[in-house]
Design a protein around this ligand. Structure first.
Ligand code: ZN
Length: 378
């Protein structure tokens, strides 16, 4: 008689413990807590409106997504950075919600949830939206649930439509427990999305009765920004950052400077701060990062030195990007594509600059540039 964990589906004896001769799963000790009410009734009378009209290609793709779901298929959306992924699934969400079905939108990172919440609220004005992450778990039921992958265990067999944004991002990607919890929370269909899908994801969707739908154009029709590489020894790199930052600040452009590790970022910021007072350093360890990010978006700060926590999900008008030590092993092709994808996202600011500072041009730097070039030529 083998025990299967109801949360993560683990049935490996190695990870099953016994308490008062009742089995429990040791892999799921972090995933214990209140569950959502599976009988929650959603509001069916929906006021649905998009703030901006969809582009022709967005419109077509968003209809394709729904027609596949309607046939019982699952969908992997492969859309370039700045394609307007979130808007692509609003139509399907609307169709499910109006039939009284449960809809959720999950992503590996809580910062993305906080960033997306107002957009969902504008699109579905009269619906309740719960945001569920970390310590923010008071309200589990609502018409729409926005949540981190870690919180999906509270929704076993709950979602008729579950969307997983940034499917290839840390900490979801390659995490078997989060993966099982994701599948365990789905009652009907799912949609996964990313700008950087790979063979592994393609195989996963195909083996799950799914299709891949691609969008190679930004919603505003502008090109993706191709990074420029500046080759130089590490000792000169801070000087080049100073030069570029000076140029951008003079032309009043906001700047992200990516550093590979927290220590590298801190050191670089210490130096930059001597010359440019109006900036901050953010990382996953910084308690006040959301305050700094808000200030930056409000143009109260000229620049942010950041680790890869800002590689996805953030949109800032006129943003320019510098990647310090872009040849560090932490930067793979996907990360570099996502980082470069921060630039030129707004329809009234379609251009900008991305600089990779590197001692040598790594294979990942080259493949990032080739991939972006390839998308632009399609
Ligand atoms: Zn388990």
């Amino acid at each position: 008689m083998s025990y299967i964990c109801p949360i993560c589906k683990n049935n490996d004896e190695k990870y099953i413990g016994y308490f008062n001769s009742q089995p429990y799963c040791r892999l799921c000790l972090d995933f214990q807590g209140r569950k959502a009410d599976n009988n929650y009734q959603v509001t069916k009378d929906i006021i649905f409106n998009l703030e901006y009209p969809l582009s022709e290609k967005q419109e077509k793709l968003s209809k394709d997504v729904y027609s596949n779901l309607k046939e019982g298929k699952n969908v992997l959306i492969n859309a370039v950075t700045g394609a307007g992924k979130t808007e692509l699934i609003f139509l399907s969400m609307y169709e499910y919600l109006k039939r009284g079905l449960h809809v959720g939108f999950a992503t590996p990172r809580k910062d993305v949830i906080i960033d997306l919440f107002p957009r969902f609220q504008k699109a579905f004005k009269n619906l309740t939206i719960a945001t569920v992450y970390g310590e923010h778990t008071n309200k589990l039921n609502a018409d729409i649930i926005l949540l981190t992958c870690h919180q999906l265990y509270r929704y076993p067999n709950y979602f008729d439509l579950l969307i997983l944004d940034e499917v290839d991002a840390f900490p979801y990607y390659n995490n078997a427990i989060l993966h099982n919890i994701f599948y365990n929370s789905i009652r009907k269909n799912f949609v996964m999305m990313s700008a950087t899908i790979d063979e592994q994801l393609k195989n996963e969707i195909i083996s799950n009765n799914g299709v891949i739908l691609s969008l190679y154009e930004r919603y505003h029709g502008g090109k993706l920004i191709v990074p420029k590489v500046i080759k130089c020894p590490y000792c000169f790199m801070p000087l080049i950052v100073i030069n570029l930052l000076y140029k951008f600040i003079k032309s009043m452009k906001p700047v992200f400077i990516f550093a590979p590790k927290i220590e590298d970022g801190k050191q670089l910021f210490k130096l930059l701060h001597l010359l440019f007072k109006n900036g901050e350093f953010v990382s996953s360890k910084e308690e006040y990062r959301s305050i700094f990010i808000d200030k930056f978006k409000n143009k109260e700060l000229d620049y942010l030195v950041t680790t890869s926590i800002l590689e996805r999900g953030v949109t800032v008008k006129d943003l320019q990007v510098i990647v310090y030590m872009a040849d560090d092993e932490i930067y793979n092709e996907k990360t570099l594509i996502q980082i470069a994808g921060r630039v030129g996202r707004k329809s009234d600011a379609k251009t900008g600059e991305v600089y990779f500072l590197a001692c040598e041009k790594t294979r990942d730097i080259c493949s990032c540039i080739n991939t972006i070039d390839g998308y632009n030529k399609r």
